[in-house]
Ligand binder design. Structure first.
Ligand SMILES: Cc1cc2nc3c(=O)[nH]c(=O)nc-3n(C[C@H](O)[C@H](O)[C@H](O)COP(=O)(O)OP(=O)(O)OC[C@H]3O[C@@H](n4cnc5c(N)ncnc54)[C@H](O)[C@@H]3O)c2cc1C
Ligand code: HEM
Length: 403
């Protein structure tokens, strides 16, 4: 709870902070990276360049201030969980919250000038630390459960045991712990962070990749789409590095598995809807169910450019044998090469039509794909009566879907 005096000050200054959000965010990162250049290795430079992530941190503090002063009824639990899992996968420490807090509040002072009286500064400091404490506590629990060692480092070395070209643009890496230890278990839908040292002394970059293999196996698998720059933008840093530089026998630094999104729900019918590389959590879900609950009714809906672009499709016939109640519904923009020996699937050409996705009211849904695709499908399912709490989704970037 925010103290009464701070609540009044925050409510009064919220419009000014909101109005200058972009300027505050810009100053914040500049100040912080000038004082702590080592943090450039933790933040995603692609997201910084496109502005995607830049606003997320400061915007979350402002949204939390609105929540504390009664101006919003946003459900904070899921938002805090999402941020905490992402932070934990990056190895964010409690000490770093002091750095971020100092520079965020310093940026507010720089932008709003004399309007930031000592009372205003104290009130916003209180907002920041209420939110920070919520996150630090969640992250501490996640670190304990994941068995992160005393020194707080989340990184462990993994050796590439196999590298498989899935399609022209997609490669899978099978990874085993380089120290010969066991691969930790994970739940379908979880991801790992992968840290790589870019060529030419460009420093470290970290990205998340959903585990696409069977939970409980002796190895992990990630399946990575190569991101190509369009309209003059550079190619993706980490996906290009993984495609071009990483071979069998090389090692990669990986975090433990994190991620709050459950790809399988409870015990009823399951609907997995994916597009493009968004199929990775669904593949882990299918592998898991084939091993643990083969009688579960599962509907797999996948959208892709064409059969040849549909990664891991060749695994579906064997999964259908192991999961007798698995039906597959595919939408290919170009369905000319839709046939695959042994795969029983209904195939349509063109873009996915949410009205044609088979659902029952008690279905648990997991969505993963580009944000506009998920927004379209989720909207259609909500209109058709699927309750919002039965639709889970994973965004392969910062942020969540808006209602
Ligand atoms: C929870 C989660 C799970 C994920 N799972 C998977 C998965 O299973 N498989 C998978 O392939 N991906 C997955 N991702 C996505 C993955 O983490 C990366 O985002 C993806 O690989 C792209 O990273 P990159 O470093 O190659 O691209 P970046 O270098 O981060 O570039 C991203 C985009 O920004 C553009 N860009 C970069 N710099 C600039 C600039 N200066 N100006 C203009 N544009 C610029 C690039 O052109 C590109 O389009 C997941 C993401 C999350 C959050
Ligand atoms: C109260 C304090 C903080 C808030 C409100 C906050 C908020 C957020 C949010 C909303 C995201 C995006 C999550 C998503 O993927 O959807 C995020 C990601 C991230 N945060 Fe924080 N954060 C805080 C503190 C910190 C600290 C202390 C650090 C460490 C220096 C940090 C580093 C990062 C990084 C590196 C990412 C991922 C960036 C990316 O991949 O682009 N954050 N944070």
């Amino acid at each position: 709870m925010l103290s009464e005096s701070s609540a009044a000050v925050v409510a009064a200054t919220l419009p000014a902070v909101q109005a200058h959000g972009e300027a505050i965010t810009g100053r914040f990162y500049r100040r912080m990276f000038d004082a702590h250049p080592e943090l450039l290795d933790i933040f995603n430079r692609g997201n910084q360049a496109t502005g995607q992530q830049k606003a997320a941190l400061a915007a979350a503090v402002v949204a939390y201030a609105e929540h504390l002063t009664g101006g919003s009824s946003m459900p904070w639990g899921p938002i805090l969980d999402r941020i905490a899992h992402k932070h934990a996968s990056l190895g964010i420490t409690a000490t770093q919250y002091t750095i971020v807090g100092r520079h965020l509040l310093g940026a507010v002072g720089e932008v709003l000038g004399d309007a930031v009286t000592p009372e205003v500064a104290t009130a916003w400091d209180e907002v920041y630390w209420l939110l920070a404490c919520e996150l630090i506590a969640r992250e501490a629990r996640l670190y304990t459960v994941a068995g992160v060692p005393e020194d707080g480092s989340v990184w462990r070395s993994w050796r590439v045991a196999e590298r498989t070209a899935e399609t022209r643009d997609v490669v899978s890496f099978t990874l085993v712990p380089a120290d010969g230890g066991a691969a930790p278990d994970f739940t379908p839908g979880q991801y790992v962070s992968v840290a790589v040292d870019l060529d030419g002394g460009r420093g470290q970059q970290i990205r998340q990749y959903s585990l696409s293999g069977r939970p409980g196996a002796a190895s992990w698998r990630i399946t990575v789409k190569r991101v190509r720059g369009v309209d003059g933008a550079p190619d993706g840093m980490v996906s290009t590095f993984l495609h071009e530089r990483v071979s069998v026998g090389d090692t990669l630094r990986l975090s433990p598995p994190f991620g709050e999104v459950n790809a399988i729900g409870d015990s009823g019918p399951l609907l997995l809807v994916s597009a493009g590389i968004g199929l990775t959590p669904a593949m882990a879900a299918l592998e898991h169910l084939a091993a643990t609950a083969p009688e579960r009714p599962v509907e797999l809906v996948h959208a892709d450019r064409a059969g040849a672009a549909h990664a891991l499709r060749h695994e579906l016939p064997a999964l259908q044998e192991r999961l007798p109640r698995l039906s597959v519904r595919l939408w290919y923009e170009d369905a000319a090469d839709a046939e695959l020996a042994g795969l029983k699937a209904e195939v349509s050409s063109g873009l996915v039509d949410p009205e044609l996705i088979p659902v029952r009211p008690d279905t648990y849904v997991h969505l993963c794909g580009p944000v506009p695709f998920m927004a379209l499908v989720r909207g259609g399912l909500l209109r058709r009566g699927v309750p919002t709490e039965r639709i889970a989704y994973e965004v392969f970037g910062p942020g969540m879907l808006r209602d």
